[in-house]
Design a protein around this ligand. Structure first.
Ligand code: ADE
Length: 233
């Protein structure tokens, strides 16, 4: 599922160009018994199954054997730190990453304590397993790696830079069903365009995601603008 899901489009090309490499490891290949079972009933009782520590530890050993630097091991769990663009940026600087996808009811806590460096959640909802979550993370991280995106689709300025939402975008035609493109964008006046875009970012964030403003990277001019804007609305 993971390898196929990441094989197409931009990430498929990035893999062909060896800008990124993705390898899915089946924990079952490290099963201890002949039934290839990797989970068992929880000690203390209760519903569901728990993934056993040995196959996960063996898989980890298999991957990291001979590596000079032990990669960060990210465990995908709804109990983890909420994933965001800042984390994607941080992870994109790592040479190698290991993702551990939980399944069933959970993973034996001892192996989490032993190998996991980061616990990450992609949102406050429960998936059947970490596979979709890891694909979301790999997508968000990979597009920040140099040359993965072409110039046209670059991640140079976009939503969540400075913790602000991106300004609105327009393309031809200049008038669509009586709706005009904002005049300033047709003016060719770059300084005014930059100012307008910054203000639009602030206005959008204020209306759509006011929570982001608390940690946004705001200049003195941004604050002044927002103060004035808030008084008007
Ligand atoms: N596994 C199950 N649900 C998850 C979530 N919301 N984020 C990350 N991993 C998960």
């Amino acid at each position: 599922m993971i390898e196929q899901g990441l094989n197409t489009s931009i990430l498929g090309k990035a893999q062909e160009k060896k800008l990124i490499g993705v390898k899915a490891i089946n924990i079952r290949d490290y099963a201890y018994n002949k039934h290839k079972q990797v989970d068992d009933y929880p000690y203390g009782g209760g519903a569901g199954m728990v993934m056993q520590p040995e196959p996960i530890y063996e898989a980890y050993k298999g991957i990291t054997e001979g590596l000079q630097k032990k990669p960060r091991v990210i465990y995908l769990t709804p109990q983890g730190k909420p994933f965001n663009q800042g984390m994607a940026k941080e992870f994109s600087k790592e040479e190698e990453l290991i993702f551990l996808c939980g399944h069933y009811e959970g993973v034996d806590e001892r192996v989490i304590d032993m190998i996991v460096t980061d616990e990450v959640s992609i949102g406050d909802y429960i998936l059947t397993g970490g596979e979709l979550a890891v694909m979301v993370m790999i997508d968000a991280i990979s597009r920040l790696i140099p040359d993965v995106l072409s110039n046209e689709t670059s991640a140079e300025t976009e939503t969540f830079d400075d913790n602000l939402l991106e300004y609105p975008q327009y393309t031809r035609p200049a008038v669509f069903m009586d709706h005009k493109v904002p005049e300033v964008l047709l003016s060719g006046h770059h300084k005014n365009i930059d100012t307008w875009r910054r203000e639009q970012s602030l206005v959008r964030t204020y209306h759509k995601r006011p929570d982001l403003l608390e940690t946004a990277d705001l200049t003195e001019a941004d604050r002044k603008f927002l103060d004035k804007y808030c008084k008007k609305t």
